[in-house]
Design a protein around this ligand. Structure first.
Ligand SMILES: Nc1ncnc2c1ncn2[C@@H]1O[C@H](COP(=O)(O)O)[C@@H](O)[C@H]1OP(=O)(O)O
Ligand SMILES: [Mg+2]
Ligand SMILES: [Mg+2]
Ligand SMILES: [Mg+2]
Length: 305
């Protein structure tokens, strides 16, 4: 029997995200980040963002030429150095069985959303633990599979870097699931993109504690590892590549990630990339719709305007 496409795409993405992570470490080690501003000082790009994206898109598109792959850093030159091309699929992942409902998905039905370096602002400031590589795998318009690679995670055995993955219908891997303390409401939100509206939404939810960290990937890791109950971001700043992989991993775990009104974003290839209606993510133990109801209407109206 041939291996189902979704399993092969996940397995190649796992190895490719780790290679991109090593490129991110190499650029930092060399010390010349090559920072440019994209849409302003809140929107930076470095040599690491550019090179990691080239590695990911060249590797995935070579093996899966019929898949639409959309990366944060725009069109990439795919004539990359041989050492950046990943062709091996992750064997450990391939030992899992494919969920029944995903057995027959054809290459043309996938859309892959790539954020080669999430938490660029934190990367440039040396807050390296916040940095992740995100590869999100959508089928038609839904986020189904995701890889969150953390290039600076320190393993207990001394190894550096870890891969967290999730696939709907199969589950998650690469981390120790943990629930946050009961009777509290710990919210994680932006560290570098705080605005009055972001603050207003936090206040409306009366958190017992707020954890400000960088990156959409790192914030979802806070939910998976019991550091926070919810991720709340009342801003149009995130884009589909920020949320596709985190949404798939969180939902494979039993949680939920939507816009602030509680509606799932579409990850179809032809959508507007902007997550205009913000981000709301919750752990499985929390009623997502209950939290969405607590978001004041005027905040939703402001985002919608
Ligand atoms: N105003 C913005 N402009 C550009 N990117 C943004 C903006 N707000 C959020 N992002 C992206 O969403 C991620 C999560 O946001 P935050 O860290 O503020 O919570 C950021 O790391 C950044 O991704 P990236 O670092 O990949 O460019
Ligand atoms: Mg960016
Ligand atoms: Mg990002
Ligand atoms: Mg990025």
């Amino acid at each position: 029997m041939t291996t189902p496409k979704v399993m092969r795409i996940m397995a190649l993405s796992i190895n490719t995200a780790a290679r991109a992570g090593s490129i991110i470490r190499e650029v930092m080690q060399r010390g010349n980040l090559g920072i440019v501003e994209k849409e302003g000082k809140d929107d930076l790009q470095t040599e690491a963002d550019r090179s990691a994206q080239q590695c990911i898109i060249a590797s995935l598109s070579r093996k899966f030429p019929n898949i639409t792959i959309i990366g944060e850093e725009g069109d990439s030159n795919l004539n990359v150095k041989a050492e950046w091309l990943v062709s091996e699929e992750n064997e450990e992942f391939l030992t899992h069985s494919c969920p029944e409902e995903l057995l027959e998905i054809k290459e043309e039905e996938f859309v892959i959303w790539v954020d080669p370096l999430d938490g660029t602002s934190e990367y440039t400031k040396g807050l390296l633990e916040h940095v992740t590589v995100l590869i999100g795998i959508a089928i038609k318009d839904r986020a189904v599979g995701g890889i969150i690679y953390q290039p600076y995670y320190k393993q207990s055995n001394g190894d550096i870097g870890r891969t967290v993955w999730g696939l709907k219908g199969l589950g998650t891997g690469g981390f120790e699931p943990k629930s946050p303390p009961k009777g509290q409401m710990i919210i994680t939100t932006t560290r570098s993109h705080l605005t009055p509206l972001v603050q207003q939404a936090l206040d409306a939810l009366s958190p017992t504690k707020v954890i400000k960290v960088g990156g959409a990937g790192y914030k979802v890791l806070q939910l998976l590892e019991g550091k926070a109950h919810a991720y709340v971001f009342a801003s149009p700043g995130c884009k589909r590549w920020d949320t596709c992989a985190p949404e798939a991993v969180l939902e494979a775990y039993g949680g939920t990630l939507t816009d602030l009104a509680g509606i799932h974003y579409s990850y179809a290839a032809d959508v507007d990339y902007k997550n205009r209606m913000g981000v709301l993510a919750t752990i499985p133990e929390i009623s997502h719709s209950e939290i969405a109801r607590q978001v004041p209407n005027d905040i939703i109206a402001t985002l919608r305007a």
